[in-house]
Design a protein around this ligand. Structure first.
Ligand code: ZN
Length: 445
Protein backbone atom coordinates (compact mmCIF):
# COMPACT_ATOMS: atom_id res chain seq x y z
CA UNK A 1 0.00 0.00 0.00
CA UNK A 2 1.13 3.56 -0.57
CA UNK A 3 -1.08 5.03 2.17
CA UNK A 4 -2.44 3.24 5.22
CA UNK A 5 -1.44 1.61 8.49
CA UNK A 6 0.67 -1.39 9.40
CA UNK A 7 0.09 -2.97 12.79
CA UNK A 8 3.21 -4.61 14.16
CA UNK A 9 2.61 -7.35 16.70
CA UNK A 10 6.08 -6.57 18.11
CA UNK A 11 8.47 -3.88 16.91
CA UNK A 12 12.17 -3.32 17.59
CA UNK A 13 12.46 0.42 18.15
CA UNK A 14 16.23 0.62 18.39
CA UNK A 15 16.57 0.23 22.15
CA UNK A 16 13.68 -2.08 23.03
CA UNK A 17 10.97 -4.38 21.74
CA UNK A 18 7.46 -2.87 21.98
CA UNK A 19 4.31 -4.98 21.72
CA UNK A 20 1.48 -3.50 19.61
CA UNK A 21 2.80 -0.69 17.40
CA UNK A 22 0.81 1.06 14.68
CA UNK A 23 2.84 2.60 11.87
CA UNK A 24 1.14 4.99 9.48
CA UNK A 25 2.58 5.12 5.98
CA UNK A 26 2.12 7.71 3.23
CA UNK A 27 4.19 8.53 0.16
CA UNK A 28 6.64 5.74 0.93
CA UNK A 29 7.53 7.16 4.36
CA UNK A 30 6.55 6.52 7.93
CA UNK A 31 4.11 9.07 9.39
CA UNK A 32 3.09 8.48 12.99
CA UNK A 33 4.43 5.60 15.12
CA UNK A 34 1.96 4.74 17.92
CA UNK A 35 2.81 2.37 20.76
CA UNK A 36 0.43 0.57 23.17
CA UNK A 37 -1.95 -0.29 20.30
CA UNK A 38 -2.86 -3.75 21.49
CA UNK A 39 -5.31 -4.74 18.77
CA UNK A 40 -4.97 -4.03 15.04
CA UNK A 41 -6.83 -0.85 14.03
CA UNK A 42 -9.61 -1.46 11.48
CA UNK A 43 -8.19 -1.78 7.96
CA UNK A 44 -4.60 -2.10 9.15
CA UNK A 45 -2.25 -4.58 7.48
CA UNK A 46 -1.14 -6.99 10.23
CA UNK A 47 2.53 -7.99 10.52
CA UNK A 48 2.79 -10.85 13.05
CA UNK A 49 6.19 -11.53 14.60
CA UNK A 50 8.99 -9.08 15.34
CA UNK A 51 9.31 -6.19 12.90
CA UNK A 52 12.71 -4.59 12.39
CA UNK A 53 13.66 -1.72 10.12
CA UNK A 54 14.53 -3.09 6.66
CA UNK A 55 17.95 -4.73 6.45
CA UNK A 56 20.77 -3.19 4.40
CA UNK A 57 23.15 -5.52 2.58
CA UNK A 58 26.09 -3.15 2.26
CA UNK A 59 28.33 -5.29 0.03
CA UNK A 60 27.20 -7.45 -2.89
CA UNK A 61 28.59 -8.80 -6.14
CA UNK A 62 25.37 -10.21 -7.61
CA UNK A 63 27.07 -12.53 -10.11
CA UNK A 64 28.99 -14.38 -7.41
CA UNK A 65 25.68 -16.08 -6.60
CA UNK A 66 26.40 -18.30 -9.63
CA UNK A 67 29.42 -19.72 -7.75
CA UNK A 68 27.38 -21.14 -4.87
CA UNK A 69 28.21 -24.80 -4.29
CA UNK A 70 30.53 -24.92 -7.30
CA UNK A 71 33.41 -23.34 -5.37
CA UNK A 72 33.04 -25.73 -2.42
CA UNK A 73 34.62 -28.64 -4.33
CA UNK A 74 38.35 -29.02 -3.70
CA UNK A 75 40.78 -26.85 -1.75
CA UNK A 76 42.81 -23.70 -2.43
CA UNK A 77 42.86 -20.05 -1.33
CA UNK A 78 41.22 -16.73 -2.08
CA UNK A 79 43.40 -16.56 -5.21
CA UNK A 80 42.30 -19.94 -6.64
CA UNK A 81 38.66 -19.05 -5.86
CA UNK A 82 39.20 -15.84 -7.83
CA UNK A 83 40.07 -17.80 -11.00
CA UNK A 84 36.69 -19.60 -10.89
CA UNK A 85 34.96 -16.26 -10.25
CA UNK A 86 36.67 -14.71 -13.31
CA UNK A 87 35.45 -17.54 -15.53
CA UNK A 88 31.84 -16.72 -14.54
CA UNK A 89 32.41 -12.97 -15.00
CA UNK A 90 33.65 -13.68 -18.52
CA UNK A 91 30.25 -15.14 -19.50
CA UNK A 92 28.04 -12.27 -18.30
CA UNK A 93 25.93 -10.29 -20.79
CA UNK A 94 23.58 -7.39 -19.94
CA UNK A 95 20.50 -9.63 -20.40
CA UNK A 96 21.99 -12.60 -18.55
CA UNK A 97 23.17 -10.36 -15.73
CA UNK A 98 19.75 -8.72 -15.49
CA UNK A 99 18.05 -12.11 -15.12
CA UNK A 100 20.55 -13.30 -12.51
CA UNK A 101 20.52 -10.07 -10.50
CA UNK A 102 16.71 -9.92 -10.51
CA UNK A 103 16.62 -13.40 -8.99
CA UNK A 104 19.43 -12.66 -6.51
CA UNK A 105 17.76 -9.43 -5.37
CA UNK A 106 14.48 -11.33 -5.01
CA UNK A 107 16.35 -13.82 -2.80
CA UNK A 108 17.55 -10.83 -0.79
CA UNK A 109 13.99 -9.51 -0.42
CA UNK A 110 12.95 -12.94 0.89
CA UNK A 111 15.80 -12.61 3.41
CA UNK A 112 14.42 -9.26 4.61
CA UNK A 113 16.95 -7.12 2.75
CA UNK A 114 15.38 -3.87 1.55
CA UNK A 115 18.52 -2.15 0.20
CA UNK A 116 21.63 -3.53 -1.49
CA UNK A 117 25.02 -1.94 -2.10
CA UNK A 118 26.15 -3.43 -5.41
CA UNK A 119 29.91 -3.19 -5.82
CA UNK A 120 29.82 -3.29 -9.60
CA UNK A 121 32.85 -3.71 -11.82
CA UNK A 122 31.88 -5.86 -14.85
CA UNK A 123 31.30 -2.83 -17.06
CA UNK A 124 32.23 -3.77 -20.62
CA UNK A 125 31.91 -6.61 -23.14
CA UNK A 126 34.56 -9.36 -23.19
CA UNK A 127 37.91 -7.97 -24.29
CA UNK A 128 36.87 -4.51 -23.05
CA UNK A 129 34.67 -3.50 -26.02
CA UNK A 130 32.17 -0.82 -24.95
CA UNK A 131 28.46 -1.64 -25.17
CA UNK A 132 26.28 0.75 -27.23
CA UNK A 133 25.20 2.09 -23.84
CA UNK A 134 28.49 2.05 -21.90
CA UNK A 135 26.43 1.67 -18.70
CA UNK A 136 24.36 -1.28 -20.00
CA UNK A 137 25.56 -3.55 -17.19
CA UNK A 138 24.92 -1.00 -14.40
CA UNK A 139 21.49 -0.23 -15.85
CA UNK A 140 20.70 -3.96 -15.89
CA UNK A 141 21.43 -4.08 -12.13
CA UNK A 142 19.34 -0.98 -11.35
CA UNK A 143 16.41 -2.43 -13.33
CA UNK A 144 16.84 -5.82 -11.63
CA UNK A 145 16.53 -4.18 -8.20
CA UNK A 146 13.35 -2.35 -9.29
CA UNK A 147 11.78 -5.60 -10.47
CA UNK A 148 12.76 -7.40 -7.26
CA UNK A 149 11.26 -4.51 -5.27
CA UNK A 150 14.35 -3.43 -3.32
CA UNK A 151 16.52 -0.30 -3.19
CA UNK A 152 20.01 -0.27 -4.66
CA UNK A 153 23.08 1.88 -4.33
CA UNK A 154 25.09 1.14 -7.45
CA UNK A 155 28.67 1.48 -6.26
CA UNK A 156 30.20 1.88 -9.69
CA UNK A 157 33.70 0.55 -9.33
CA UNK A 158 36.93 1.89 -10.78
CA UNK A 159 39.16 -1.07 -11.74
CA UNK A 160 42.18 -0.31 -13.89
CA UNK A 161 45.06 -2.67 -13.14
CA UNK A 162 45.88 -6.27 -12.25
CA UNK A 163 48.33 -5.20 -9.56
CA UNK A 164 50.80 -2.46 -8.70
CA UNK A 165 52.17 -1.24 -12.04
CA UNK A 166 50.54 -4.11 -13.98
CA UNK A 167 48.05 -3.64 -16.84
CA UNK A 168 44.70 -5.46 -16.57
CA UNK A 169 44.80 -9.18 -17.36
CA UNK A 170 42.63 -10.77 -20.07
CA UNK A 171 39.63 -11.29 -17.74
CA UNK A 172 40.01 -7.81 -16.24
CA UNK A 173 39.66 -5.95 -19.57
CA UNK A 174 35.90 -6.03 -18.99
CA UNK A 175 36.38 -4.14 -15.74
CA UNK A 176 38.65 -1.33 -16.93
CA UNK A 177 37.68 2.10 -18.26
CA UNK A 178 41.32 2.85 -19.06
CA UNK A 179 41.74 5.67 -16.55
CA UNK A 180 39.96 7.11 -13.53
CA UNK A 181 39.01 10.15 -15.63
CA UNK A 182 37.29 7.88 -18.17
CA UNK A 183 35.63 5.97 -15.32
CA UNK A 184 34.32 9.29 -13.93
CA UNK A 185 32.97 10.37 -17.30
CA UNK A 186 31.05 7.10 -17.78
CA UNK A 187 29.60 7.17 -14.26
CA UNK A 188 28.49 10.79 -14.57
CA UNK A 189 25.82 9.63 -17.04
CA UNK A 190 24.14 7.27 -14.52
CA UNK A 191 20.89 8.72 -13.16
CA UNK A 192 19.47 8.27 -9.68
CA UNK A 193 15.89 7.07 -9.34
CA UNK A 194 13.40 6.67 -6.48
CA UNK A 195 14.81 3.22 -5.70
CA UNK A 196 18.38 3.80 -6.89
CA UNK A 197 21.32 5.91 -5.80
CA UNK A 198 24.74 6.09 -7.40
CA UNK A 199 27.93 5.76 -5.40
CA UNK A 200 31.57 5.14 -6.23
CA UNK A 201 34.04 2.40 -5.44
CA UNK A 202 37.75 1.82 -5.73
CA UNK A 203 38.11 -1.90 -6.32
CA UNK A 204 41.29 -2.01 -4.20
CA UNK A 205 44.71 -0.39 -4.03
CA UNK A 206 45.84 -3.19 -6.38
CA UNK A 207 43.33 -2.19 -9.05
CA UNK A 208 43.59 1.63 -9.04
CA UNK A 209 47.04 3.22 -9.39
CA UNK A 210 47.90 5.55 -6.50
CA UNK A 211 48.05 8.59 -8.78
CA UNK A 212 44.41 8.08 -9.79
CA UNK A 213 42.86 7.44 -6.36
CA UNK A 214 42.12 11.13 -5.80
CA UNK A 215 40.09 11.35 -9.03
CA UNK A 216 37.63 8.76 -7.71
CA UNK A 217 37.59 10.35 -4.24
CA UNK A 218 36.87 13.79 -5.75
CA UNK A 219 34.02 12.40 -7.91
CA UNK A 220 32.33 11.01 -4.78
CA UNK A 221 33.07 14.14 -2.75
CA UNK A 222 31.49 16.45 -5.34
CA UNK A 223 28.30 14.38 -5.29
CA UNK A 224 28.37 13.69 -1.56
CA UNK A 225 28.07 10.05 -2.62
CA UNK A 226 29.23 6.97 -0.73
CA UNK A 227 32.67 5.64 -1.65
CA UNK A 228 33.57 2.01 -0.94
CA UNK A 229 36.90 0.18 -1.24
CA UNK A 230 38.04 -3.42 -0.66
CA UNK A 231 40.74 -2.97 1.96
CA UNK A 232 43.43 -5.35 3.23
CA UNK A 233 41.37 -8.50 2.67
CA UNK A 234 44.57 -10.49 2.08
CA UNK A 235 48.09 -10.17 3.56
CA UNK A 236 49.49 -10.46 0.00
CA UNK A 237 47.83 -7.13 -0.87
CA UNK A 238 49.50 -5.47 2.11
CA UNK A 239 52.90 -6.89 1.19
CA UNK A 240 52.63 -5.80 -2.46
CA UNK A 241 51.49 -2.31 -1.39
CA UNK A 242 54.39 -1.98 1.06
CA UNK A 243 56.80 -3.07 -1.67
CA UNK A 244 55.37 -0.66 -4.24
CA UNK A 245 54.68 2.38 -2.05
CA UNK A 246 56.41 1.83 1.29
CA UNK A 247 53.13 2.14 3.16
CA UNK A 248 50.05 0.10 4.01
CA UNK A 249 46.92 0.23 1.82
CA UNK A 250 45.11 2.24 4.53
CA UNK A 251 47.96 4.78 4.74
CA UNK A 252 48.01 5.02 0.93
CA UNK A 253 44.26 5.74 0.86
CA UNK A 254 44.63 8.32 3.64
CA UNK A 255 47.45 10.07 1.78
CA UNK A 256 45.29 10.38 -1.35
CA UNK A 257 42.19 11.78 0.36
CA UNK A 258 40.10 8.63 0.15
CA UNK A 259 39.20 8.21 3.84
CA UNK A 260 36.31 10.05 5.55
CA UNK A 261 32.77 9.60 6.91
CA UNK A 262 31.25 8.83 3.48
CA UNK A 263 33.90 6.16 2.81
CA UNK A 264 33.58 2.50 3.78
CA UNK A 265 36.43 0.01 3.84
CA UNK A 266 35.19 -3.47 2.98
CA UNK A 267 36.73 -6.37 4.96
CA UNK A 268 39.46 -4.34 6.77
CA UNK A 269 40.90 -7.71 7.78
CA UNK A 270 44.68 -7.37 8.10
CA UNK A 271 45.36 -3.97 9.66
CA UNK A 272 48.08 -2.37 11.77
CA UNK A 273 47.39 -0.29 14.88
CA UNK A 274 48.06 2.81 12.81
CA UNK A 275 45.58 1.65 10.13
CA UNK A 276 42.89 1.21 12.78
CA UNK A 277 43.56 4.72 14.14
CA UNK A 278 43.44 6.23 10.63
CA UNK A 279 40.14 4.53 9.78
CA UNK A 280 38.49 5.27 13.12
CA UNK A 281 39.85 8.81 13.41
CA UNK A 282 38.55 9.76 9.96
CA UNK A 283 35.10 8.22 10.62
CA UNK A 284 35.61 5.78 7.72
CA UNK A 285 33.15 2.91 8.00
CA UNK A 286 33.91 -0.81 8.14
CA UNK A 287 31.80 -3.29 6.18
CA UNK A 288 32.37 -6.82 7.40
CA UNK A 289 31.22 -9.82 5.36
CA UNK A 290 31.88 -12.66 7.80
CA UNK A 291 30.22 -15.49 5.85
CA UNK A 292 32.40 -14.68 2.84
CA UNK A 293 35.50 -13.99 4.91
CA UNK A 294 35.23 -17.43 6.51
CA UNK A 295 34.36 -19.05 3.16
CA UNK A 296 37.47 -17.57 1.52
CA UNK A 297 39.71 -18.25 4.52
CA UNK A 298 40.51 -14.51 4.77
CA UNK A 299 40.82 -14.28 8.54
CA UNK A 300 38.91 -12.37 11.24
CA UNK A 301 39.21 -8.57 11.03
CA UNK A 302 39.66 -6.31 14.08
CA UNK A 303 36.06 -5.07 14.00
CA UNK A 304 35.85 -4.52 17.76
CA UNK A 305 38.94 -2.29 17.76
CA UNK A 306 37.74 -0.48 14.64
CA UNK A 307 34.37 0.31 16.17
CA UNK A 308 36.01 1.47 19.39
CA UNK A 309 38.26 3.75 17.31
CA UNK A 310 35.21 5.38 15.66
CA UNK A 311 34.55 3.31 12.54
CA UNK A 312 30.82 2.47 12.18
CA UNK A 313 30.04 -1.16 11.30
CA UNK A 314 27.93 -2.37 8.39
CA UNK A 315 27.40 -5.90 7.03
CA UNK A 316 27.38 -7.50 3.59
CA UNK A 317 26.87 -10.91 2.01
CA UNK A 318 29.56 -10.16 -0.61
CA UNK A 319 30.08 -13.46 -2.51
CA UNK A 320 26.65 -14.80 -1.49
CA UNK A 321 27.97 -18.08 -0.14
CA UNK A 322 24.72 -17.56 1.77
CA UNK A 323 22.37 -14.57 1.76
CA UNK A 324 21.38 -14.10 5.38
CA UNK A 325 22.06 -10.81 7.16
CA UNK A 326 21.09 -12.34 10.51
CA UNK A 327 23.86 -14.90 10.02
CA UNK A 328 26.31 -12.08 9.15
CA UNK A 329 25.34 -10.28 12.36
CA UNK A 330 25.59 -13.42 14.48
CA UNK A 331 28.96 -14.36 12.96
CA UNK A 332 30.48 -11.03 14.04
CA UNK A 333 29.98 -11.83 17.71
CA UNK A 334 30.62 -15.58 17.46
CA UNK A 335 33.90 -15.17 15.55
CA UNK A 336 35.09 -12.78 18.23
CA UNK A 337 34.08 -15.22 20.97
CA UNK A 338 36.15 -17.99 19.37
CA UNK A 339 39.14 -15.73 19.01
CA UNK A 340 38.97 -14.10 22.46
CA UNK A 341 37.35 -16.92 24.46
CA UNK A 342 35.08 -14.30 26.07
CA UNK A 343 31.44 -13.39 25.29
CA UNK A 344 29.58 -10.11 24.86
CA UNK A 345 31.54 -8.00 22.35
CA UNK A 346 28.35 -6.70 20.71
CA UNK A 347 24.79 -6.64 21.99
CA UNK A 348 22.06 -7.93 19.70
CA UNK A 349 20.89 -4.31 19.41
CA UNK A 350 24.32 -3.12 18.27
CA UNK A 351 24.44 -5.85 15.60
CA UNK A 352 20.92 -4.97 14.43
CA UNK A 353 21.99 -1.32 14.16
CA UNK A 354 24.85 -2.43 11.88
CA UNK A 355 22.36 -4.40 9.77
CA UNK A 356 19.86 -1.51 9.60
CA UNK A 357 20.62 2.20 10.30
CA UNK A 358 24.41 2.06 9.95
CA UNK A 359 24.22 -0.18 6.87
CA UNK A 360 21.84 2.25 5.17
CA UNK A 361 24.03 5.22 6.10
CA UNK A 362 27.03 3.45 4.50
CA UNK A 363 24.99 3.25 1.28
CA UNK A 364 23.88 6.89 1.34
CA UNK A 365 20.33 6.24 2.61
CA UNK A 366 20.52 8.14 5.91
CA UNK A 367 16.73 8.36 6.05
CA UNK A 368 16.28 4.57 6.18
CA UNK A 369 16.96 1.94 8.81
CA UNK A 370 14.81 3.12 11.73
CA UNK A 371 11.12 2.86 12.61
CA UNK A 372 10.36 6.51 13.32
CA UNK A 373 8.37 9.36 11.79
CA UNK A 374 9.90 10.62 8.53
CA UNK A 375 11.97 7.50 7.84
CA UNK A 376 11.49 5.50 4.65
CA UNK A 377 8.80 2.87 5.24
CA UNK A 378 11.08 -0.15 4.92
CA UNK A 379 10.29 -3.02 7.31
CA UNK A 380 11.32 -6.64 7.86
CA UNK A 381 9.26 -9.01 9.97
CA UNK A 382 10.80 -12.10 11.60
CA UNK A 383 8.56 -14.97 12.70
CA UNK A 384 8.67 -15.58 16.46
CA UNK A 385 6.78 -18.88 16.17
CA UNK A 386 9.07 -20.97 13.97
CA UNK A 387 11.03 -24.01 15.16
CA UNK A 388 14.05 -21.76 15.52
CA UNK A 389 12.42 -18.80 17.24
CA UNK A 390 9.59 -20.23 19.38
CA UNK A 391 10.13 -20.14 23.14
CA UNK A 392 12.00 -16.97 24.19
CA UNK A 393 9.84 -14.12 25.53
CA UNK A 394 9.04 -11.50 22.84
CA UNK A 395 10.90 -8.81 24.83
CA UNK A 396 14.08 -10.76 23.90
CA UNK A 397 13.10 -10.60 20.21
CA UNK A 398 16.32 -8.84 19.17
CA UNK A 399 18.45 -11.54 20.84
CA UNK A 400 16.29 -14.26 19.27
CA UNK A 401 16.51 -12.68 15.81
CA UNK A 402 20.30 -12.28 15.90
CA UNK A 403 21.32 -15.46 17.69
CA UNK A 404 18.72 -18.01 16.56
CA UNK A 405 16.73 -16.86 13.52
CA UNK A 406 17.74 -17.23 9.88
CA UNK A 407 16.69 -15.75 6.56
CA UNK A 408 14.09 -18.55 6.42
CA UNK A 409 12.28 -16.87 9.33
CA UNK A 410 11.63 -13.65 7.40
CA UNK A 411 7.87 -13.50 6.97
CA UNK A 412 7.22 -10.04 5.50
CA UNK A 413 9.33 -7.42 3.74
CA UNK A 414 8.02 -3.90 3.12
CA UNK A 415 9.86 -1.38 0.92
CA UNK A 416 8.60 2.19 0.64
CA UNK A 417 5.31 1.12 2.23
CA UNK A 418 4.73 -1.67 -0.34
CA UNK A 419 4.69 -5.29 0.74
CA UNK A 420 7.33 -7.05 -1.38
CA UNK A 421 7.28 -10.29 0.63
CA UNK A 422 4.03 -11.50 2.19
CA UNK A 423 3.92 -14.64 4.35
CA UNK A 424 7.31 -15.72 3.03
CA UNK A 425 6.39 -15.36 -0.66
CA UNK A 426 7.70 -12.72 -3.07
CA UNK A 427 4.80 -10.68 -4.43
CA UNK A 428 6.51 -9.77 -7.74
CA UNK A 429 8.85 -12.63 -8.65
CA UNK A 430 6.54 -15.65 -8.54
CA UNK A 431 9.10 -18.47 -8.25
CA UNK A 432 12.42 -17.18 -6.94
CA UNK A 433 14.18 -20.59 -6.75
CA UNK A 434 13.27 -21.29 -10.36
CA UNK A 435 14.41 -17.82 -11.45
CA UNK A 436 17.74 -18.44 -9.71
CA UNK A 437 18.14 -21.92 -11.21
CA UNK A 438 17.41 -20.70 -14.74
CA UNK A 439 19.68 -17.67 -14.52
CA UNK A 440 22.60 -19.69 -13.10
CA UNK A 441 22.07 -22.50 -15.65
CA UNK A 442 22.08 -19.97 -18.51
CA UNK A 443 25.49 -18.72 -17.33
CA UNK A 444 26.86 -22.24 -17.20
CA UNK A 445 25.63 -23.14 -20.70
ZN1 ZN B 1 33.73 -7.76 -2.49
Amino acid sequence: MTKGTYWLEHAWLGDRVEPGVAVDVAGGRIGAVRTDVHTPPPGAEVLRGLTLPGLANAHSHAFHRALRGVVQVGSGTFWTWREVMYSVAARLTPDGYHALARAVYAEMALAGITCVGEFHYVHHAPGGTRYADPNAMGEALIEAAAEAGIRITLLDTCYLSAGFGEPPGAHQLRFSDGSAADWAERCAVLKERDHARIGAAIHSVRAVPAGQLATVARWAEERRAPLHVHLSEQPAENEACLAAHGRTPTRLLADHGVLGPRTTGVHNTHLTEEDIALLGGSGTGTCMCPTTERDLADGIGPAVALQRAGSPLSLGSDSHAVIDLLEEARAMELNERLRSRTRGHWTAAALLRAATADGHAALGWDEAGTIEPGALADLTTIALDSVRTAGPPPRLGAETAVFAASAADVRHTVVGGRQIVRDGAHTRVPDVPQALARAVEALRA
